[in-house]
Design a protein around this ligand. Structure first.
Ligand SMILES: Nc1ncnc2c1ncn2[C@@H]1O[C@H](COP(=O)(O)OP(=O)(O)OP(=O)(O)O)[C@@H](O)[C@H]1O
Length: 347
C-alpha cells in the first residue's frame, strides 16, 4: 500500500496553529473557546491533545478539519490556509486532505451498509474508479485486521471493530491528516488499546499524520507526544522516547515540558501555582542556566538575584545555592541543565 508521505517529507510541519483565537457569541455572551493557541505537528507524527472538558479540544478539531473558522490567528493544514480558504477549496480539503474519526460509531458508519460498503462511500463520493475502490477497501480492512468483517453491518460488529471500520472510512481517500475526537471514549481499556494499536498501524504503515483529542490522560502512553490544552491554549507537552543504557537495555522515558510561545508566554502548571500561592504577579530571576519564579508578595522582601546581590554587599550570604536564607525560598525553577525540561522543585 502506498504511504501518504515520502521520507523526505516526514518532519516538515503539516499542521500549524499560530495564536489561534475562536470566540463564540451566544445570547450576547462571548465565550473564548481558543485564546491564542499555538500548535505545530510534523508530517508523520502521532500526537494527542489532552485537556479537561471545556478546554477547547473539539473547537480545535473543528478548526483543523475545516468545519469552523478561527476568529483570529493563523491555521494551516497541509499547505491550506484554514482562515482564507473559500467554500470550494474547503469542500475538497474536507474530502481529500483530512480524515475524521468520531467517538460514536453512529457518526462514522451508515448502519444499513456493510463494513466494506461503508469504506467505499467516501471514495465513491470523490469519484474514484470502481477498480481502485475495491482494492483500497480490501487493503484497508486487511491492514486494520478486519478482513473477516467485510460483509458485516455495524450492528454485527463489536465496539472496537466498529471504531476500526470507522478508521478505515476516515483513511479511504488517502488523507494526509487524520483527526480523531475521543476515538476510544466509549470503549473499555482493552478495546481502547486495540483501537489505538490500529491508529498506530495507520500512522506507521500509511504515513498519515494523526492528531487525537481526548480528556484521557492515560493516552500519553499510546503516542509519541502529548500536548496539554488548558483554557483554550496549549500549556504543556510530554515527549516519549526509548533510551538504551550501556548494557543494551531499553527503557521508555517520558519528560514533561511547559510550552513557551513566540511572545515568551508560559503557562505554569496549576499545582505549582497553587503550591506557592502564585497569583497576579511573580518575580523572575535570571540565573546563568535557568529562570527562577518567585511569589510576588508585597515588595517588602527582596527576592531576586539582583536584589540579593545588593544585599550581599552588606551580609555574608553565599550565592551558591541560589537561595537567601531569610526568604524561606519556596520558589520553583525550571532547569535547563542536568534534567532538561523536567519541572524540579528546589528544596
Ligand atoms: N457553538 C458554541 N457556542 C457557544 N459556546 C461554545 C460553542 N462551542 C463551544 N463552546 C464553548 O467553548 C468552550 C470550549 O468548548 P469545546 O467543546 O471545544 O471543549 P472540549 O474541550 O472539547 O470539551 P468536551 O471534552 O466537554 O467536549 C466551552 O466553554 C464551550 O461551552
Amino acid at each position: 500500500m502506498t504511504t501518504t508521505q515520502t521520507e523526505a517529507e516526514r518532519g516538515r510541519p503539516l499542521v500549524e496553529c499560530d495564536n489561534v483565537v475562536r470566540i463564540f457569541t451566544s445570547e450576547g455572551v462571548e465565550v473564548v473557546a481558543l485564546q491564542g493557541l499555538d500548535l505545530s505537528v510534523a508530517a508523520g507524527e502521532l500526537v494527542a491533545v489532552v485537556g479537561a472538558s471545556g478546554s477547547g479540544k473539539s473547537t480545535l478539531l473543528r478548526v483543523l478539519s475545516g468545519l469552523d473558522r478561527p476568529t483570529a490567528g493563523a491555521a494551516r493544514v497541509a499547505g491550506h490556509d484554514l482562515v482564507a480558504m473559500r467554500r470550494r477549496e474547503r469542500l475538497r480539503f474536507r474530502r481529500e486532505t483530512v480524515g475524521f474519526l468520531y467517538q460514536q460509531a453512529s457518526d462514522n458508519l451508515l448502519p444499513y451498509l456493510t463494513a466494506a460498503e461503508n469504506v467505499a462511500v467516501p471514495m465513491r463520493l470523490a469519484g474514484r474508479p470502481r477498480e481502485e475502490v475495491g482494492g483500497r477497501v480490501s487493503d484497508l480492512l486487511g491492514l486494520l485486521g478486519l478482513a473477516e468483517c467485510a460483509d458485516r453491518r455495524p450492528a454485527e460488529l463489536s465496539g472496537g471493530q466498529q471504531q476500526r471500520v470507522g478508521l478505515a472510512v476516515a483513511l479511504a481517500n488517502h488523507p494526509q491528516v487524520l483527526l480523531a475526537d475521543e476515538p476510544t471514549g466509549e470503549l473499555d481499556t482493552r478495546t481502547a488499546d486495540d483501537v489505538f494499536a490500529a491508529i498506530r498501524t495507520a500512522n506507521a504503515e500509511l504515513g498519515v499524520t494523526v492528531v487525537v483529542v481526548t480528556h484521557d490522560q492515560a493516552v500519553s502512553g499510546q503516542v509519541q507526544r502529548t500536548v496539554g490544552i488548558r483554557d483554550g491554549r496549549t500549556s504543556s507537552e510530554v515527549l516519549r522516547r526509548t533510551e538504551v543504557d550501556a548494557e543494551g537495555r531499553s527503557a521508555l522515558v517520558s519528560e514533561e515540558y511547559a510550552v513557551l510561545d513566540r511572545a515568551g508566554r508560559l503557562q505554569l502548571p496549576r499545582e505549582f501555582t497553587h503550591a506557592l500561592e502564585l497569583r497576579d504577579r511573580v518575580r523572575l530571576d535570571l540565573e546563568s542556566d535557568h529562570i527562577g519564579v518567585w511569589p510576588g508578595h508585597d515588595g517588602a522582601t527582596p527576592r531576586t538575584r539582583r536584589e540579593r546581590a545588593a544585599l550581599t554587599e552588606d551580609t555574608e550570604h553565599t550565592e551558591d545555592t541560589g537561595h537567601t536564607g531569610h526568604t524561606g525560598d519556596n520558589g520553583y525553577t525550571a532547569d535547563t541543565e542536568g534534567e532538561p525540561g523536567r519541572h524540579r522543585r528546589h528544596d
